[in-house]
Write a protein that binds this ligand. Structure first.
Ligand code: SF4
Length: 486
C-alpha cells in the first residue's frame, strides 16, 4: 500500500517513515504564520511536501508544494497572500498515493455549503474499497490519496449541515487517522475511534490550536490544553469548542511507535513526555540485556535518549561514538548507484577518538531492513572498536504497518525473515538483543502488555492488528490500485 519507498540505504536511515503532521488555528490574526511555524516543528513527520490553506472574509488562500516548510513559507509575499484568522496546514510523507503535486495537502474542495480544506495524518484501511464504490457511482477523483475519499463522502451525504456530513462520512471510514479541516467559519479536528494517531488541543491569545504534537504548540508559545480524545470530533467556531462522539466507545490503541521513534522527544503524547519514555525504554533494555562494555554509544539521533537510559541504568559511560552530519540535504541523496555506494557515511561518521580499542554497546531504536545497522557496525569496527554489541530499544519489527506509516513489505523486514542470531551475523555484531514487548510496555504503559486488551497498537511488532484491514482482506487490491494509476 505504500506509495513511495526509497531504497533503505538512501532514505534517511532505513527506519519506518513518519506519516504526516497536521496543524490548525482558529481565531488568530497571524493564523498562517503560526501554522507555518507549527508545521516547521512537525517537519520530522513528513519532509516531502507542505501546504497551508487560510480563510479570509469570503475566500480561501492556498500555498502548497513539494519541499520543506522553511523553503516554502519563507517569502513575505507568500505569507501575505495567506491572510485570514483561521488556517490549516500539513506536512506529508506519502503513505498512499505518490508524491505528486495534486496529492499535496491540505486538499481543498468546493461543496454546496462552501469550501472545505482538509489535512490528514494516517490511513483509511477501507479507502480503496470506498473509492471504488464512489468511482462506480460517478465520482471523479483529482488525487490518488485516501483523504479525498472523505471529501466525496461528505459531498454525497444526504445530511445538510457540514458537521453532520462530516460525521456521516467518518462513520463509513475505517482506519487510523487524525485530521483537521477548515470551512469559512469552523475548524474541525478528529481522531479515529482507537486514537492510533495523535492530535492535541492548545490555546494562544484566545485562539484555538490543533496539532499533531505538543512541540508544535511550544514553537508558537501556545498552551497545551489536552489531547483530542480517541473517537472525538472537536468543532471550533465563534461560539468556542464543542465536542462530539460519533463512534461507539472502543479500547484505545495509541501507536506505540510514536514513543519509540516518530514523535519528537520534546513532545508530550497521551500524557507522557517522549524523552522520558525513551530513557525508560533504554533503562529497561539495560536491565534485560546487560553487557560487559566500556562505553554506550547512541545511533543518532533517535537512539540517543535510549542510550542515555541504558548508560544510567548500567553504569557504563555514555559517549558520542557516532557524529551525525545534520546538513545532508534531501536533494543530494538521490537514488543513483554512485550515491548509494557512499551509504550511511553521508550522514554518520565514527568518532575514532571514542571508539578505538573499546568494547561498545551500540543503542538504536529499531532495525528495519538492516542495511543501516550493517554499515554502522562496520563503521565501528573500522574505527577500531574491540567489540560491538547491538541493543535495540524496541522489539523486532515483524509486520508491515497499514495505519499510515511507511514500512517496507513484510518480506523486506529483516526480523520477519531471520532469527535474532542470524540478524546479529548479518549485521556483523558480536551480540544483538532487542527489547521485549513487556519491557516496552513497562516503559510506556507502566505495566506489562495486557494480551487480552493491549494498551497500544503494536501490530508491526506483534501482528495483532486492532483495526480491520478491509482493503487487504478484500484481495482485490491490484484492481483497486489500478484506479490510482497516474
Ligand atoms: Fe504504529 Fe506499528 Fe501500529 Fe503502525 S502498526 S500504528 S507503526 S504501532
Amino acid at each position: 500500500m505504500d506509495g513511495h519507498i526509497l531504497p533503505d540505504d538512501i532514505r534517511d536511515d532505513g527506519r519506518p517513515r513518519d506519516e504526516c503532521g497536521v496543524f490548525a488555528v482558529f481565531g488568530h490574526v497571524d493564523a498562517a504564520a503560526h501554522t507555518a511555524l507549527g508545521l516547521h516543528a512537525l517537519q520530522h513527520r513528513g519532509q516531502e511536501s507542505a501546504g497551508i490553506v487560510s480563510y479570509e472574509q469570503g475566500h480561501f488562500n492556498t500555498h502548497c508544494g513539494l519541499g520543506l516548510v522553511g523553503d516554502m513559507f519563507s517569502s513575505q509575499n507568500v505569507m501575505e497572500r495567506l491572510a485570514g484568522d483561521s488556517a490549516v496546514g500539513h506536512v506529508r510523507y506519502s503513505t498512499t498515493g505518490s508524491t505528486i503535486l495534486r496529492n499535496v495537502q491540505p486538499l481543498f474542495a468546493e461543496f454546496s455549503f462552501g469550501g472545505l480544506a482538509i489535512a490528514h495524518n494516517g490511513n483509511f484501511t477501507n479507502g480503496y474499497s470506498l473509492r471504488r464504490e464512489l468511482v462506480m457511482r460517478g465520482a471523479i477523483f483529482q488525487s490518488t490519496t485516501d483523504t479525498e475519499v472523505l471529501i466525496h463522502l461528505m459531498a454525497t451525504s444526504s445530511y445538510h449541515a457540514v458537521e453532520d456530513r462530516m460525521i456521516d462520512a467518518l462513520k463509513q471510514i475505517e482506519g487510523a487517522y487524525s485530521m483537521v479541516a477548515l470551512t469559512n467559519d469552523t475548524v474541525f479536528g478528529v481522531r479515529d475511534p482507537l486514537g492510533v494517531r495523535p492530535l492535541v488541543i492548545g490555546t494562544l491569545d484566545g485562539a484555538m490550536i490543533l496539532a499533531s504534537e505538543t512541540c508544535a504548540l511550544d514553537i508558537i508559545g501556545a498552551e497545551f490544553v489536552r489531547d483530542v480524545r480517541p473517537g472525538e470530533l472537536v468543532v471550533i467556531d465563534a461560539e468556542g469548542l464543542h465536542s462530539v462522539s460519533p463512534f461507539p466507545p472502543a479500547r484505545h490503541r495509541f501507536c506505540v511507535f510514536e514513543y519509540i521513534y516518530f514523535a519528537r522527544p520534546d513532545s508530550v503524547v497521551e500524557g507522557s513526555g517522549v524523552y522520558d519514555v525513551r530513557k525508560r525504554i533504554g533503562a529497561e533494555l539495560a536491565r534485560e540485556a546487560p553487557v560487559d562494555a566500556d562505553i554506550v554509544v547512541p545511533v543518532p539521533d533517535s537512539g540517543t535518549p535510549g542510550a542515555m537510559g541504558y548508560a544510567v541504568e548500567s553504569g557504563i559511560p555514555y559517549d558520542l561514538g557516532i557524529i551525525r552530519n545534520h546538513y545532508v540535504g534531501r536533494t543530494f541523496i538521490e537514488p543513483t548507484d554512485q550515491i548509494r555506494h557512499l551509504g550511511v557515511r553521508l550522514k554518520h561518521n565514527a568518532n575514532r577518538a571514542s571508539i578505538a580499542g573499546k568494547k561498545i554497546v551500540l543503542v538504536d531504536d529499531s532495525i528495519v531492513r538492516g542495511t543501516t545497522s550493517t554499515k554502522i557496525v562496520e563503521m565501528m569496527r573500522s574505527a577500531g572498536a574491540a567489540e560491538v554489541h547491538m541493543r535495540i530499544a524496541s522489539p523486532p519489527i515483524t509486520n508491515s504497518c497499514y495505519y499510515g506509516v511507511d514500512t517496507p513489505e513484510k518480506e523486506k523486514l529483516l526480523a520477519a525473515r531471520l532469527e535474532i542470531d542470524e540478524i546479529a551475523d548479518t549485521i556483523g555484531a558480536d551480540s544483538l538483543v532487542y527489547l521485549s514487548i513487556d519491557g516496552l510496555y513497562r516503559a510506556t504503559a507502566g505495566e506489562p502488555r495486557d494480551n487480552e486488551a493491549p494498551q497500544f497498537c503494536d501490530a508491526c511488532l506483534s501482528g495483532d492488528y486492532p483495526i480491520r484491514l478491509v482493503d487487504l482482506e478484500d484481495g482485490d487490491i491490484p484492481a483497486q490500485l489500478s484506479l490510482l494509476a497516474e
